[in-house]
Design a protein around this ligand. Structure first.
Ligand code: SF4
Ligand code: SF4
Ligand code: FES
Length: 335
């Protein structure tokens, strides 16, 4: 069966450049990524073949200069994550028949990461974020003598999801927060952070929560769900981030913009039945944080100029007491 694969090629400056159709510059937030050159290949492979099979066929029989990183070919080593039709995928488990759209599948290095060559991106940003998480447990005292630590099964089941991570970086490649803030710890590192923070044997829980509550930590996630959709192993990093947030708030780490933002959001809905965007920003920054309030003025003027400033007075929501009742029943801190 014949398949059409469009491959984004890139060679470092000063080296012979690939011939083909020059792609347009990437749109924001990836405008700093170098444009690629796109080459089209036809490969003959069975119906059940994977995208990686097609790339290897190209490299073996048509163009041996094609750079592609892979090893296990079975979703274990995590080395073959790249963009397939504009989203991060492990190409060794992506079927050609499922990703062929309008007769072709387009494969390229993700523009969110530095590029080395062709389909190989530089994973340094991903590893640096992983290294920022202390990947071992500090013993709780006293250490049990003559026996092993006893941990309830339920507590360990909570952690199993993250342990499936193969460090492929697909979640970070498509993370919208990372795209605009290179310092954001990112989904995989934060999922790993949850794995150690929530382990009942660890004595460093408070220190860890303090670290992850700081800027570029758990509160900088924008809930875009890309990491949940792209993770090939079901780690669902966003779910782990939300659990870390709850742990941090319960432990008293509430003096930060993220918690204030979440509180302002919940209080507005509880009290009026709607989100009052006009008060959301000032409350998130801290009402008495004058320097931050002044810094936000240009953004407010831009909204005003664009006619996007929310109304000063909202229409009353009918039966708002029903929403208050919901909060009374399940509102946690906002009862
Ligand atoms: S949900 Fe959060 S961590 Fe996950 S990709 Fe979106 S911004 Fe990144
Ligand atoms: S969380 Fe999922 S997508 Fe992210 S590195 Fe781990 S396995 Fe890959
Ligand atoms: S080649 Fe190892 S995960 Fe794809």
């Amino acid at each position: 069966m014949e398949w059409t694969v469009v491959v984004g090629r890139y060679s470092p400056p000063g080296e012979p450049q690939p011939k083909g159709e020059r792609g347009a510059p990437f749109a924001a937030p990836y405008e700093k990524a170098p444009p690629k050159t796109y080459q089209t290949f036809k490969v003959d492979l069975p119906e059940h073949a994977m995208v990686l099979d097609a790339l290897i066929a190209v490299r073996e029989y048509q163009d041996e200069s094609l750079a592609v990183r892979c090893a296990c070919r079975s979703a274990i080593c995590g080395s073959c994550a790249m963009w397939v039709n504009g989203h991060a995928r492990l190409v060794c488990t992506s079927k050609l028949r499922e990703h062929t759209v309008d007769g072709k599948v387009t494969v390229e290095a993700p523009p969110s990461m530095p590029i080395v060559r062709d389909l190989v991106c530089d994973m340094t940003p991903f590893w640096k974020k992983n290294y920022s998480v202390t990947p071992w447990l500090e013993n709780k005292q006293p250490i049990p003598q003559g026996e092993e630590y006893r941990v309830p099964n339920a507590a360990m089941e909570e952690l199993i999801q993250e342990v499936s991570c193969i460090s492929c970086g697909a979640c970070l490649m498509d993370c919208e927060s990372f795209a605009v803030n290179a310092d954001f710890m990112g989904p995989a590192a934060l999922a790993k952070a949850y794995r150690y923070t929530a382990d009942p044997r660890d004595a460093q829980t408070t220190d860890r929560l303090d670290t992850y509550s700081k800027p570029s930590g758990v509160w900088d996630c924008t809930h875009c769900y890309e990491c949940v959709q792209q993770c090939p192993k079901g780690v669902a990093p966003l779910e782990q981030i939300l659990k870390l947030r709850k742990m941090a708030v319960d432990a008293g780490f509430t003096h930060n913009a993220g918690t204030r933002h979440a509180d302002a959001f919940a209080e507005s809905v509880r009290d009026s039945g709607r989100l009052n965007e006009l008060t959301l920003m000032p409350k998130s920054l801290g009402l008495f944080n004058i320097p931050a309030q002044l810094q936000s003025l240009p953004a407010a003027f831009n909204l005003l100029r664009a006619g996007k400033l929310p109304p000063l007075i909202h229409h009353a929501i009918p039966h708002v007491e029903r929403i208050k009742n919901i909060f009374k029943k399940i509102g946690g801190r906002f009862k």
